[in-house]
Design a protein around this ligand. Structure first.
Ligand code: HEM
Length: 255
């Protein structure tokens, strides 16, 4: 996998803040229940600080954990019900987790598990996994930016889904080969503007990508990518990545 460095550049940090706020507002769009600031203040007052402490440790061990949960919020928040976390069950045999936009590239599941574990010890059965993903992504922006993206309030009260279908992400998460028209249309379908698309795309300042996600149509063709980053990526990625050399053990963001 190619690894992108974490940037401390301010416009990008501003974009990261905005994208999280936009992700919050897309969660607000649920017609089923209102989200609320301080939702856990009586039932589990320490909930948000527990999430933050686990995220601090996880990002300290590997900054890629922060990128992972930011992407997870996006991939979950065309529903915001944590259905992206569900493993196959007889009731839900082909969940979103196995869908091409998520499998094998979505990661960070063990970070969410660690947070859930800590929360269950403190206040069993109270904090939804959907809220955990949202809090964790918010905290990731704080730690990845070394506090330059300040702590901001995150409304909560999301309910966890019990059913997950691999076909759902394919409807809303367009592939990296998409052209601008498709990208704009996919965001418009969720009530987001082209400006939202541009700002949210700033999230790609952090994290990593499998080579196969961009080599064939962006790197191994004439392109206007700056020579420096293009050269870096060409050294990391074979021209025709196979399953074996597309990433895997030994390659991580903490390098
Ligand atoms: C506009 C449509 C988008 C497309 C087509 C897209 C596509 C991708 C692809 C192909 C990857 C690399 C996956 C891999 O091969 O490992 C990726 C990574 C990532 N995306 Fe997006 N993305 C989009 C929007 C977003 C948005 C809106 C966010 C956040 C709000 C986001 C956050 C991230 C992050 C943080 C990573 C790095 C994940 C990691 O390091 O594990 N993306 N995206």
């Amino acid at each position: 996998m190619a690894t992108a460095a974490t940037s401390s550049n301010m416009p990008v940090l501003a974009a990261l803040t905005t994208l999280l706020l936009l992700a919050v507002s897309s969660c607000h769009a649920s017609p089923y229940y209102p989200l609320e600031l301080g939702y856990y203040r009586y039932k589990s007052p320490q909930a948000e600080s527990i999430v933050k402490a686990v995220m601090e440790k996880a990002i300290g061990e590997n900054p890629g954990n922060g990128a992972a949960v930011i992407r997870m919020l996006f991939h979950d928040c065309f529903g915001c019900d944590a259905s992206v976390l569900l493993d196959p069950t007889p009731f839900s045999p082909t969940p979103e987790k196995l869908s091409p936009p998520n499998n094998p590239s979505l990661r960070g599941f063990e970070v969410i598990d660690a947070i859930k574990h800590a929360l269950e010890a403190a206040c069993p059965g109270i904090v939804s996994c959907a809220d955990i993903i949202a809090f964790a992504a918010r905290d990731a922006s704080f730690f990845l930016s070394a506090g330059k993206v300040g702590h901001f309030d995150m409304p909560a009260g999301r309910r966890d889904g019990t059913f997950s279908n691999a076909s759902e992400p394919l409807k809303f998460l367009v592939p990296p080969t998409s052209n601008l028209t498709t990208l704009v249309a996919s965001f418009a379908a969720k009530g987001m503007s082209p400006e939202d698309l541009v700002v949210l795309s700033g999230a790609h300042t952090v994290g990593r990508s499998h080579c196969s996600s961009f080599v064939s149509d962006r790197l191994d063709v004439p392109s206007d990518i700056n020579a420096g980053p293009a050269g870096f990526l060409k050294r990391r990625c074979p021209a025709k990545p196979t399953k074996e050399d597309d990433g895997g053990a030994g390659c991580c963001d903490a390098e």
